[in-house]
Design a protein around this ligand. Structure first.
Ligand code: GLC
Length: 752
């Protein structure tokens, strides 16, 4: 008899019981130094460790602010700074903390190093499109080296918010819609940032963010409400955080969102019971920017006193930027509202991280010689990462790759000659002078006079100025082929950049219409920080390559793929809708009681009583995505066959071996990412029609075949069941192996 589903209100948001933190706290042995320091710290000094302030720009230019900040530091009122941006200032502040405070506890310096520091790599959504977590680890390793030599100890990355919302600007910062993929990329980034020993030079503490469910922001509107029942929270939004913790993430950041009515900064269930208790997280939780104080705006706290009490009780160990802890915690502990044990747990966690980073032994940083920033190795990695991130969506008549013998190529679009916008969101430390634009890369490839011509067409991606159309049209008309670079500039992607429409900004579509009227074959490159809708543009293009925001070396990477030095192998980490009206649209959707039928009747023309398709579809758009999750073309073609699973029946300790034959049916060598999807046909809660459970990158010569193999265990089939327990259920399962989420070559097995 299945148990009644526990009321979700009894789960996240409303603590069913307030277990004392001793039952929820750390399991690791406590270090002697930290315990000794904890015993010596005054309550005010402990609260100082729990406080992070931001370093204003040009601090040196403001002597009063500089003096005020040094005063707070000397008084032991600060434990960490964010936005340190130069080594000298960092070491000056660190010297004051180590040499001029009572106990000399070193500071922790944090910064948003999301996809690179001086060398900027593709945005994380683009890195995810590589379907290659080892690439993400290499990118994080390089970013850590460059950040560390600039005095940064701690990056606020990886962002592992699963999301199905392309309207949300921060979709750019994460790894897409799939929890299995996001888990592997998040863990890889943690390993890259921290290495095996985060105290070693060139390593920084990672920060898995934004815990929890932030990617479910209603309507894709930034900072918006999230309503996520516990089964969905556990199956979709939690797994990447679990993976980052298992990879050793030293910190977690809680999000701005209220989860089921309780802002994450006050979510004791999610922070203490789930994260620190059930998941055993031993590092510390930092709030997001002023998110503790924002609980007043949320309307969950009446004032700073309540906000400080809610957050400290919930398990927010460090307050970022707002100052409620410094203003209120001392009084709250002294009048018994907050047990000192909760303060001690927070400070212990913070000191343990400082110790893990080696800050007590080596509080100061020095530049490495030669500097890691923009070193040839990192630039080559940036080029490789950008190549692997590119996703080929259309290639009619094998328009691509372009021939190097091309007599005349006309390049159109301001993003082709732009050192800033291709770096994308969260790239403020990127060195723009190092950017190699697509146009610069093409000039190296097509040096002959007349071979290459560039016309912007529009002044910038969001402009409505059509005065450049005619010059572009006539230049394209005179060329053998045109390369048209369209998309979003970096300023409409990232935090607080939600868009209600997903079309190309400005008048770029009209520009493309003009160019199409010439009859010259158009190769379209789209740069964007999210899935866009571009059905009309895809019709007009002979080929369409999705480049995300490709980073410092995106130009040469695009040229490498456009001219076939390297074949594209990227796959979509998020479904692309045909229209924004389909959002949210994702591969792991439910079947419903009336799944869409194949043959469509369409809209009746007779009386309103005429039959219509009574199924889960739309009258005015095909229910499928424009491009499904996992989709990406190559310069060759692949066939999947002979999918099998063995044994076809097994118990909960059986490993089910899945295999399929992959053949390169084209005329060029190519890399394919074979994907394994599973469908649990019957569950105590309805189950998705597809769940990604494995990927394999394989390179095949023309005509070659290789058997791809995957292995599944009962734990791979686990989910949050109707009674909120987590595990697999017996029954029939289907497996599919293919090149995207519509894979149909399948087999069945039964778990008994
Ligand atoms: C921002 C972001 C967060 C970032 C933090 C520090 O508002 O939400 O991701 O790490 O503040 O810059």
């Amino acid at each position: 008899m299945t148990q009644p589903m526990k009321e979700w209100m009894d789960g996240p948001g409303v603590a069913s019981h307030r277990a004392p933190i001793e039952q929820l706290g750390r399991v690791a042995p406590r270090s002697e130094r930290v315990e000794r320091l904890l015993a010596q710290l005054t309550l005010a000094e402990k609260i100082g460790q729990m406080s992070q302030l931001t370093l204003p720009e040009q601090l040196e230019a403001d002597p009063q602010a500089h003096a005020r900040l040094l005063g707070e530091l000397r008084a032991g009122e600060v434990g960490s700074f964010l936005n340190a941006r130069d080594l000298e200032l960092r070491n000056e502040l660190q010297r004051v903390a180590v040499e001029e405070t009572r106990l000399g506890i070193p500071l922790l310096f944090g910064r948003d190093v999301i996809h690179g520091y001086r060398t900027i790599f593709p945005i994380p959504l683009g890195v995810a499109a590589s379907f290659d977590p080892t690439l993400a680890e290499a990118v994080a390793t390089a970013a850590a080296r460059e950040a560390s030599e600039a005095g940064i100890d701690w990056t606020f990355a990886p962002m592992v918010d699963v999301t199905r919302e392309p309207r949300w600007g921060r979709v750019a910062e994460g790894f897409g819609e799939d929890p299995w993929l996001a888990s592997r990329f998040g863990a890889a980034m943690v390993r890259g940032f921290q290495g095996d020993d985060p105290s070693q030079p060139g390593r920084v503490a990672a920060c898995a963010k934004h815990y929890l469910g932030y990617g479910a922001s209603e309507a894709g509107k930034e900072y918006n409400t999230t309503w996520v029942p516990e089964p969905l929270l556990r199956d979709v939004y939690l797994p990447p955080f679990r993976a980052c913790i298992e990879a050793g993430a030293l910190t977690v950041m809680c999000g701005f969102n209220d989860l089921n009515g309780v802002p994450m900064s006050g979510q004791r269930w999610a922070l203490r019971e789930l994260l620190k208790g059930e998941l055993g997280f031993e590092g510390f939780v930092v709030s997001d920017w002023a998110s503790v104080e924002e609980m007043i705006q949320h309307g969950s706290c009446a004032g700073a006193r309540d906000a400080a009490l809610e957050a400290a009780s919930a398990g927010v160990d460090m307050e970022m930027v707002s100052r409620t802890y410094r203003a209120e915690l001392l009084r709250l502990v002294e009048n018994g509202a907050l047990p000192v044990a909760e303060i001690d747990d927070a400070v212990r966690r913070i000191l343990e991280v400082k110790q893990a980073l080696g800050l007590f032994e080596r509080p100061y940083k020095q530049r490495s010689a030669p500097p890691a920033a923009l070193c040839p190795e990192h630039l080559e990695l940036a080029r490789r990462a950008a190549r692997q991130s590119l996703v080929l969506l259309e290639n009619r008549g094998r328009c691509l790759p372009l021939s190097p013998a091309l007599e005349s190529l006309c390049v159109v679009g301001p993003l082709a000659d732009d050192r800033h916008n291709p770096l994308g969101c969260w790239s403020f430390d990127g060195d723009r002078t190092a950017t190699v634009t697509l146009l610069a890369a093409l000039k190296q490839r097509l040096p002959a006079p007349g071979q290459l011509r560039y016309v912007p067409g529009v002044p910038d991606a969001r402009s409505s100025d059509r005065s450049g159309f005619e010059a572009a049209r006539s230049a394209v008309a005179a060329a053998q082929a045109a390369l048209v670079v369209l998309g979003e500039d970096g300023n409409i992607s990232g935090e607080c950049r939600s868009r209600a429409f997903l079309g190309l900004p400005g008048v770029q579509t009209e520009l493309l219409e003009q160019l199409a009227s010439t009859g010259t074959p158009l190769v379209v490159v789209v740069m964007a920080g999210r899935p866009l809708t571009f059905a009309r543009e895809a019709q007009l293009a002979s080929a369409l390559l999705y480049a995300w925001h490709p980073g410092t070396l995106g130009g040469p990477a695009l040229a490498d793929v456009l001219f076939g030095d390297v074949a594209p192998a990227g796959k979509l980490p998020i479904s692309f809708p045909r229209t924004v009206g389909q959002v949210p649209i994702y591969h792991a959707h439910k079947n419903t009681g009336r799944p869409p039928r194949k043959g469509r009747r369409g809209i009746p023309t007779g009386t309103p009583l005429d039959p219509v398709d009574m199924d889960a579809s739309y009258l005015d758009v095909d229910v499928s995505p424009a491009y499904p999750f996992g989709f990406g073309l190559s310069y060759t073609s692949f066939r999947y066959s002979e999918v099998s699973v063995s044994p076809t029946r097994g118990s909960f300790d059986t490993r089910f071996e899945v295999s399929a034959l992959l053949t390169n049916t084209g005329e060029r060598r190519g890399v394919e990412v074979a994907q394994l999807y599973v469908r649990d046909l019957v569950g105590s809660l309805t189950r998705p029609v597809r769940e990604l459970k494995g990927i394999q990158r394989i390179e095949l010569l023309p005509g070659a075949s290789e058997r791809v193999r995957f292995s599944l265990s009962a734990s791979d089939l686990a989910f949050c069941r109707r009674d909120l327990s987590v595990g697999a259920e017996p029954g029939r399962f289907q497996v599919f192996v293919g090149g995207d989420a519509t894979a149909s070559e399948g087999a069945e097995f039964e778990l008994c």
